[in-house]
Design a protein around this ligand. Sequence first.
Ligand code: SAH
Length: 233
Amino acid sequence: MNNVDAQELAKFSELAHRWWDPESEFRPLHQINPLRLDWLDGLAGLAGKRVVDVGCGGGILAEAMARRATGVTGIDLAARPLGVARLHALEAGVSNIEYREIAAEALATESPAGYDVVTCMEMLEHVPDPASTVRACAAMVKPGGWVFFSTLNRNPKSFLFAIVGAEYVLKLLPKGTHEFARFIRPSELARYAREAGLEMQGMKGMEYNPFTRRYWLSGNTSVNYLVACRKPA
Ligand code: SAH
């Protein structure tokens, strides 16, 4: 199993203790969380479902989903964020969640078609072989189930907004958080999904206004975007 970049994991492990501080480097994840949660819940209906969150980090999305679903498994390969996630769930009294240090590809082999819903947010742009992760997500979902991805588009505007703007001008994220070459065009993600046997159901853009410091979902997928897919029943 080598679809992993140790330097990427180290970046997230180093910051792990600040994961749940809404004014930290993770502020953007806290701010976008209600948006993505309501969007995916509206499509997939989390109530009564078993969910796996791939690249869950400190558990911002996983824990929020657990409050609406039957159970959530959060997986990541960075040990410290997982430790933070476990502790936070314990303190929050959310008990229908488990966190595991296991690769998506390994869980797909262990639990094929094991979940109703698979989420993989802000993670694909950190792995060497995103198509392999997409295949693993597709393998983990039951027929008729939903798979959600979010990542960063690759074009001059996304370089300007997601790297120059977010890391250097607005300092929303630490410098070096993202590597432009790893950004993924929607057409590429759509191809990975199709080749993995998933059907695209919809796509949303996520926009940010630095003056109001607010995010919202829109039809503009030029920088941040989310994709909803389904495995045919
Ligand atoms: N999905 C979460 C966290 C995003 S941060 C959210 O949106 O709130 C990116 C996460 O991907 C980090 O926790 C990092 O450790 C994880 N990650 C990076 N490479 C990975 C890999 N190869 N396998 C599993 N997780 C990985």
